[in-house]
Design a protein around this ligand. Structure first.
Ligand code: PNS
Length: 165
């Protein structure tokens, strides 16, 4: 009997992708058959990395994984509408610290209100990545600090180029 693959979406700004994201993606692949890593495009925000750069960095960082199980995409508009279009019923989000909880709790409930067929699954970020966030990475890199051990090599290289004086 053929079973339907379990598809999950891991949405985020990924501006840029960090080792924390990669770790979570790898753990999600142990649970779900297909993972869609979806770069959210918010027209009201000016990102450091363009849509194309964020997708390229994710592709480079995840190149070692089976392309049949991982899709890198982008979306605008509501996450629940995008999830429905991809036939995904699960949204994955990482929780680093208690401070993430309130926003994530609100977002999960808003998404469930918008579409009760889509469930949010939270994964605890490992202790090696709980202090890493894309915004810290951008800040530290902008002021010349080293983020080498917190991001994939391709991200570090691009940050160095962006902030080269
Ligand atoms: O990496 P981030 O910035 O924490 O990701 C947040 C993201 C992109 C997942 C969230 O802002 C989102 O889902 N945006 C799409 C618009 C949407 O569906 N908003 C309603 C849910 S609150």
């Amino acid at each position: 009997m053929k079973t339907t693959p379990k598809i999950a979406i891991y949405p985020g700004s990924f501006d840029p992708v960090t080792n924390g994201h990669i770790h979570l993606i790898e753990r999600s692949l142990k649970i779900f058959d297909i993972l869609i890593v979806a770069v959210a495009i918010n027209p009201r925000k000016i990102p450091l990395f363009s849509r194309e750069e964020r997708i390229f960095l994710l592709q480079q960082s995840l190149a070692m994984h089976d392309p049949a199980r991982i899709k890198i995409d982008s979306f605008t508009g509501l996450l629940v509408d995008y999830a429905k279009s991809q036939k995904a019923h699960v949204v994955i989000r990482g929780l680093r610290a208690v401070s993430d909880f309130e926003f994530e709790f609100q977002m999960a409930n808003m998404n469930r209100h918008l579409n009760a067929d889509i469930e949010t699954v939270f994964m605890m970020t490992g202790e090696e990545a709980f202090y890493i966030s894309s915004s810290f990475i951008r800040d530290v890199a902008a002021f010349g600090g080293s983020v080498k051990r917190m991001v994939p090599t391709c991200v570090n290289d691009m940050l160095l180029k962006k902030f080269a004086t």
